[in-house]
Write a protein that binds this ligand. Structure first.
Ligand SMILES: *[C@@H]1O[C@H](CO)[C@@H](O)[C@H](O)[C@H]1NC(C)=O
Ligand SMILES: *[C@@H]1O[C@H](CO)[C@@H](O)[C@H](O)[C@H]1NC(C)=O
Length: 629
């Protein structure tokens, strides 16, 4: 009996499944926007399709100039063979290399463009059609794909032609690539799904999947534990067409009588593991997630998948239920519950868990059908680009409503480094190494810093100043300060939250200068008869005429040294009597006021019980509410 080659068989399964099951299915091409800022004739916003390789800058933007190469227009060969380089010169804008579709993989074009120094690659379609998603190939010998870090985008033939025409005319074509609206970012929690496969022997794609789980695990777990994300793993299965259920092929690739199938890992039915081993492991992993999720520890899935791929690889012939059980035990999960969820793979019945997975494959809302494996779905939109930690983190981070993103989103590893050049146009204090430029995955923000425990306030662009406690330690709070003859005077006060004020004895704005007040010349103090006034820095000296006179600064007056006590006491007596008199007077007034108040109060109360004799008295005592005592 002539066996269909395994890969054809797998393809047949896909084709049949897509015809039968996904008749109404659709694949959604994920897009970002491309804004041409010049030349004027091309100005506008165009759509382009995000390539499924390289690193799109989710949540961010990128400026550049479009260059169409003189030779190697399809970028199928390395550009150095043509002596072409697209590295921008110092101060120049990054180059977005426009290349033509055809003759080689999209990824090859991307890699050649990146190797030649381009910051992004724009592929012009070679036929008039709606935008498609550029995917990476499954073939071997494509290790370079992992190394592509530039973003890639497909543009329509029409737009590509327009760009080329403008370049031919000698126009400089300025473009802004914008991924800010590529993912919805409605709230403070990001829901994301990872459509994956437990198969670890499928070449570059499987390696990429495993590397991703290994590298992203820690971040994913932190995000999940803190409630920032809700993650769900998913697994794609196909069903065997009715007519083939009893065939050898379906029996080896499917479980539950042809209901759930996966392609043979080695694409050879006679050796190694069968597709059904993969389906069972997939099912086990979903069940494990469900059980872990029930105990509110959904992140254990990452540990399991990571550990399983290390401890039970196909290569070492350990890809088995027993090995899996060992991993489950070591993670302290309930094996019985998981086994119950997996059920009997040989039974001719539906498995509710896998049934739900098949239903979920079909697109809903803004999300298209999931057909590319692996696929990441963020806020119900499919992620396009390399499955790499920082690129994925950028995408997840761009799914948060702005300002609600967690710390990891602002961490160094996904920074944009826009602060390196010209300090991002933000305020800085070079002398003290303070800057308002903050790198975030969305691009830089200018925000006055908190440095050395002191908060800075201002617009962040042209102005930031220290404020609050401790502000005088930094740059003296931006205030004037001067030292003369060992005496330091400052216009900054830690008691004041902000601003500068010249201290007593000085006048001025407190920022640039404070000038000594000449108390003598301005006739402010020391105006007593026979007194001599001498101005000092910040103060003055006053001496009374005659030897036996003493200057009393508080009263700006001279008293006799000899009779100082009697004069002093006399002075006090006067004050004492004055106070006593004032006290008696005040008491009298108080008494009088109190009586009249009580009178009116009593009258008011009485008035409620009996009519007063005449209107006049009533009016006279009306304003009780306005008592002023
Ligand atoms: C995981 O648990 C959360 C809440 O406990 C629930 O909302 C969510 O639907 C669960 N996910 C799955 C796939 O069961
Ligand atoms: C300024 O601060 C940054 C980080 O805060 C540090 O990396 C850099 O070395 C500092 N530069 C100087 C001149 O102190």
């Amino acid at each position: 009996m002539g066996l269909l080659p395994a890969w054809r068989w797998a393809l047949l399964l896909v084709v049949v499944a897509s015809m039968a099951g996904w008749a109404a299915g659709r694949f959604v091409v994920e897009k970002n926007s491309l804004r041409v800022t010049s030349p004027a004739g091309l100005r506008g916003v165009y759509e382009c399709a995000i390539g499924n390789f390289g690193m799109p800058q989710y949540g961010g933007t990128m400026h550049g100039v479009v260059v169409y190469p003189k030779a190697n227009k399809k970028a199928c060969k390395a550009f150095h063979e043509f002596d072409l380089s697209f590295k921008p010169k110092a101060g120049g804008l990054p180059v977005f290399l426009l290349v033509d579709r055809g003759d080689c993989y999209f990824t090859t074009k991307g890699w050649n463009a990146q190797s030649a120094g381009a910051a992004a690659v724009l592929v012009a379609d070679d036929r008039s059609e709606p935008l498609i998603t550029m995917d990476s190939p499954e073939s071997s010998g494509t290790d370079y794909i992992e190394k592509i870090t530039v973003p890639s985008a497909l543009v329509t033939k029409k737009f590509g032609d327009d760009l080329k025409k403008a370049l031919e005319n000698g126009d400089m074509v300025n473009v802004l690539l914008d991924w800010r609206e590529s993912l919805p970012h409605p709230d403070e929690r990001v829901e994301y799904e990872f459509w994956t496969n437990s198969n670890d022997e499928c070449g570059a794609k499987c390696d990429m999947q495993m590397n991703f789980v290994r590298n992203f695990r820690g971040t994913a777990q932190v995000l999940e534990k803190r409630g920032y994300t809700q993650f769900t793993p998913h697994y794609i299965t196909w069903y065997c067409p009715e007519a083939f259920v009893l065939s050898k092929q379906c029996k080896s690739q499917c479980i539950n009588h042809g209901r759930y199938c996966a392609p043979d890992p080695e694409q050879d039915f006679n050796i190694g593991y069968d597709g059904k081993d993969v389906v069972v492991q997939n099912l086990l992993q979903i069940c494990l997630f469900k059980v872990a999720n029930e105990t509110r520890k959904p992140w254990v899935w990452w540990d399991y998948v990571h550990d399983f791929s290390l401890r039970c690889p196909m290569k070492e012939k350990k890809y088995s239920r027993e090995c899996a059980n060992g991993v489950i035990k070591s993670l302290g999960l309930d094996t019985e519950k998981i086994n119950k969820c997996v059920g009997d793979p040989d039974a001719d019945e539906e498995n509710p868990v896998l049934k739900a997975e098949q239903d979920a494959q079909i697109g809903h809302g803004s999300r298209g059908d999931v057909t590319i494996l692996p696929t990441l779905v963020v806020n119900n939109k499919q992620y396009r680009g390399k499955l790499e930690k920082s690129a994925v983190l950028k995408a997840v981070c761009s799914g948060f409503e702005e300002t609600t993103e967690p710390d990891v989103c602002l961490s160094e590893e996904i920074q944009t480094n826009e602060c390196l050049e010209n300090n991002g146009g933000c305020w800085q204090d070079k002398a003290n190494n303070f800057t308002a430029c903050k790198d975030t995955f969305r691009g830089r923000v200018c925000e006055c810093p908190v440095a050395r425990g002191v908060k800075f306030v201002g617009d962040g662009y042209t102005h930031c100043e220290a404020s609050g406690v401790g502000r005088c330690q930094i740059n003296n709070g931006g205030c004037w300060k001067e030292t003369k003859n060992g005496k330091t005077v400052s216009a900054c006060s830690n008691e004041e939250a902000k601003g500068c004020k010249c201290p007593p004895g000085f006048k001025g704005d407190g920022i640039n200068s404070c000038e000594d007040i000449d108390e003598c010349k301005d006739k402010l103090f020391c105006q007593c008869k026979d007194c001599t006034c001498e101005n000092t820095w910040g103060s003055y000296e006053c001496s009374c005429g005659g030897n036996n006179m003493l200057y009393m600064r508080e009263h700006d007056t001279c008293i006799s040294k000899v009779a100082s006590s009697s004069v002093g006491w006399g002075f006090l007596w006067v004050i004492f009597f004055g106070l006593a008199l004032a006290g008696v007077g005040a008491y009298a007034v108080y008494k009088y006021r109190l009586r009249s108040y009580m009178d009116s109060e009593i009258r008011a109360i009485m008035a409620q019980y009996m009519p007063l004799e005449n209107q006049e008295t009533q009016n006279q005592h009306r304003p009780v509410e306005h008592a002023d005592i």
